[in-house]
Write a protein that binds this ligand. Structure first.
Ligand code: AMP
Ligand code: MG
Length: 357
């Protein structure tokens, strides 16, 4: 285990210097956490199996959950991927650099530890100057899962990364809060019809506009231990605070009624309640007396799923640190656009799901 982690904060005029220093760590087989537009990633040289193993170890990530390879140009795509279909080129033109991960048949140069022995590799080009600069300067594709302890909510600030991984990795580049806040959309391009394996910032409707038919290959609930899944990562607990999380989903007025009812019941039983709620829910008369609950985090407007996405993981982490016994989360969020990704992460984080209507 590493004894100390260096933190480099991006300020005026030091971007190049920080990237140069951090790239040296990547080249030498070290681990560097860096911001992307989605969440912070924990990076290592994707072509160096020993370096990639350090990423699994630092995160406590199960060895059968493959990593996404981050690239900075088309040449690097050619290094790792075989058989890039035309439909993938259409998607890359439309969305790269950006929060869309595509799965291809892999080349032999990709170490088994990245793909967990699969014959496919997941690739994306991040839309963040620090991430792209680091990959270019390191001169190698960078494998980078989210920079959190496995199973915890993904990090959207450098402080989240430090809270989870300080002492376990070489470097953190602090580039401030990320823009998107949920992980990339993952699409398997190896079947005839592309399959959506994880919802993200790029919605299924946007993808369909470019390539026509797309199948849905994920579920919002947690897959059972022995269950076959299309994407290995789907079977693990994700995004979870340590505190018990109860998600109430359905139409907005029914959700507000249920949340206030639950808050009252818990309070009567001396159970300390944290509320993870939309601005609209918080603004209702029913909720007024609970806004003095033991912990409250406002997610943003229920009509702006992009805002909610950017606040979601910070909210889960914030309430986890508050002195509460249970978190009640507001699921009155539409599943259009990035809303599908927000509800997917909330459902995976939830210990209990209450659907009301
Ligand atoms: P994370 O790195 O935590 O954002 O998770 C990466 C996601 O990509 C996980 O859900 C993986 O299961 C998925 N993934 C990575 N490589 C592959 C692959 N070759 N085939 C299918 N899914 C993959
Ligand atoms: Mg992750």
């Amino acid at each position: 285990m590493k004894s100390s982690t260096q933190v480099f904060k991006i300020g005026t005029g030091n971007l190049e210097e920080v990237i140069k220093t951090a790239a040296q760590f990547i080249k030498k087989g070290g681990t560097v956490a860096f911001p992307t537009e989605t969440v912070y990633g924990l990076g290592a040289d994707a072509l160096n199996p020993d370096a990639v193993r350090k990423v699994f170890k630092a995160k406590g990530r199960p060895l059968d959950n493959p990593l996404i390879v981050h690239i900075a140009d088309q040449e690097q795509l050619g290094m790792v991927a075989m058989e890039v279909p035309d439909s993938a080129h259409v998607l890359m033109d439309a969305f790269w650099p950006g929060p869309l991960t595509l799965i291809f048949k892999r080349k032999d140069i990709v170490p088994d530890v990245i793909t967990c022995g699969l014959d496919t590799v997941a690739v994306r080009m991040p839309d963040n100057p620090i991430a792209l600069g680091l990959i270019k300067e390191a001169g190698t594709p960078i494998a980078a899962p989210s920079a959190n302890i496995s199973g915890r909510p993904s990090p959207t600030t450098a402080e989240h990364v430090i809270a989870d991984l300080s002492g376990r990795i070489d470097v953190v580049i602090d580039g401030g809060a990320v823009r998107v806040g949920v992980e990339s959309t993952v699409v398997d391009m190896t079947p005839e019809i592309p399959v959506l394996l994880r919802p993200g910032r790029v919605s299924i409707d946007e993808i369909r506009e470019y390539v026509g038919k797309v199948l849905v290959g994920y579920t919002d609930r947690q897959a059972g231990a022995g269950e076959a899944v299309r994407s290995p990562g789907l079977k693990y607990t994700h995004y979870s605070p340590e505190t018990r999380l109860v998600l109430v989903s359905g139409n907005s007025s029914a959700v507000v009624d249920k949340i206030s009812e639950l808050a009252r019941e818990y309070r009567d039983r001396n159970i300390r309640v944290g509320l993870l709620v939309t601005d609209e829910t918080a603004g209702t008369e029913e909720m007024a007396e609970y806004l003095l609950a033991d912990g409250v985090f406002l997610l943003g407007s229920r009509y702006d799923a992009y805002e909610i996405a950017s606040n979601l993981f910070a909210g889960l982490r914030y309430l986890d640190l508050e002195d509460v016994d249970v978190i009640i989360a507001d699921g009155s969020i539409g599943i259009d656009g990035i809303g599908a990704a927000v509800m997917n992460r909330l459902k995976k984080a939830a210990d209990e799901l209450i659907e009301v209507n």
